[in-house]
Design a protein around this ligand. Structure first.
Ligand code: FMN
Length: 321
């Protein structure tokens, strides 16, 4: 059971907000993002202790404010609820603070999910200056906001991916599977020796056996299951066996990551499985190759926004000298 927990600045717009529900485990976390107008209409109703309705910009979702409970009826998503009294308190408290356009330390604001808005005590900065962010500079070479980029923009694909552990039964189209497999083939590999093999598991029986080999994680029995294995014998380089093994682990891992992103790019979702009994998996696949990960793919049961990360400035350690 999810509980409405907090309200924080939106990743998408500086004037909107992000409402967060937290459940028993990380998969239960859910979020509703409101734009500036939606938030102000909500505040207006709550401020006056009224009941009412706020329609969201997708022209379908709506927030119903009742005296006891606030209901979120969301398009193609599970509905959410919050206790009106608690919700009112949170929203009105949030609305008290003027959420002026704020500077971001490494300007990751446009790059959800690594968004982090600078604390509000920076009184010295009045006008938001146009700056080229580190990431913007690296990725596009121009100070363009992600909102202006197309839905197939690579960075948008990176930053909107979210793991799924509940898949719909919908069949995956063959062309999508082909793209996901082809993506693995485009990944860089040590010396271009392609020290990996991919097992595309179609067999229901094999999938069920893999569930067992993956610490009984039931979602391993997904519509599309790919097992990425290391093949150090393919890496014909004059290095120690340890180094070749390391290369093949990296080869298999990068390829799986490419496939995971390709899956998201074609509207699917996935879960990366690292918790596996290697010996069991080898036996199931009838191979001597060591598996590095299993990628389980399908249509998500419910679409969810990406999870937050730590601040970008805490992740990136810049050594000037
Ligand atoms: C190396 C690695 C191993 C993982 N192993 C598992 C696993 O065995 N079971 C699982 O449910 N999720 C596993 N995950 C998925 C992570 O829990 C998930 O990617 C993480 O919570 C971040 O969420 P996101 O992918 O939605 O950003 C693994 C992810 C990675 C990268």
């Amino acid at each position: 059971m999810r509980k409405f927990t907090k309200i924080e600045p939106s990743y998408f717009s500086k004037d909107g907000c992000r409402l967060v529900w937290i459940g028993e485990d990380e998969d239960d976390t859910d979020t509703v993002i409101l734009n500036k107008d939606e938030l102000s209409r909500l505040v207006e109703i709550l401020k006056n202790n009224n009941v009412g309705k706020v329609e969201l910009e997708d022209n379908f979702s709506e927030i119903l404010i009742n005296s006891d409970v606030v209901q979120f009826r969301l398009k193609e998503r599970e509905h959410l609820e919050a206790k009106t009294s608690e919700f009112r308190e949170n929203i009105l408290e949030y609305a008290k603070i003027p959420h002026e356009p704020l500077h971001v330390q490494i300007f990751p604001k446009e790059f959800y999910p690594s968004v982090w808005i600078q604390k509000e005590d920076t009184k010295t900065i009045k006008e938001p200056k146009k700056q080229i962010t580190l990431l913007q500079a690296i990725l596009s070479g121009s100070p363009k906001k992600t909102e202006e980029t197309s839905s197939s923009d690579l960075f948008r694909i990176f930053s909107t991916r979210r793991s799924t552990r509940k898949f719909a039964k919908t069949k995956i189209e063959d062309w999508k599977i082909e793209k996901i497999l082809a993506a693995a083939d485009t990944a860089p590999t040590a010396g271009n020796f392609q020290g990996l093999e991919v097992f595309y598991v179609k067999s229901k029986k094999v999938k069920e056996a893999l569930v067992e080999a993956a610490n009984r994680q039931p979602f391993v029995n997904a519509p599309l299951v790919l097992v990425f294995c290391m093949n150090p014998n393919r890496v014909k380089m004059n290095f120690s066996p340890e180094m070749l093994s390391k290369f093949s682990l990296q080869d298999a891992t990068i390829a799986a990551a490419y496939s995971q992103l390709a899956a998201h790019a074609v509207g699917l979702s996935s879960i990366w499985i690292g918790m596996i009994d290697e010996e069991k998996v080898k036996k199931i696949l009838r191979t001597d190759l060591t598996p590095s990960s299993i990628l389980c793919i399908g249509y998500p049961d419910a679409k969810k926004p990406p999870k937050s990360r730590r601040k970008l400035k805490d992740l990136i350690h810049v050594l000037e000298e």
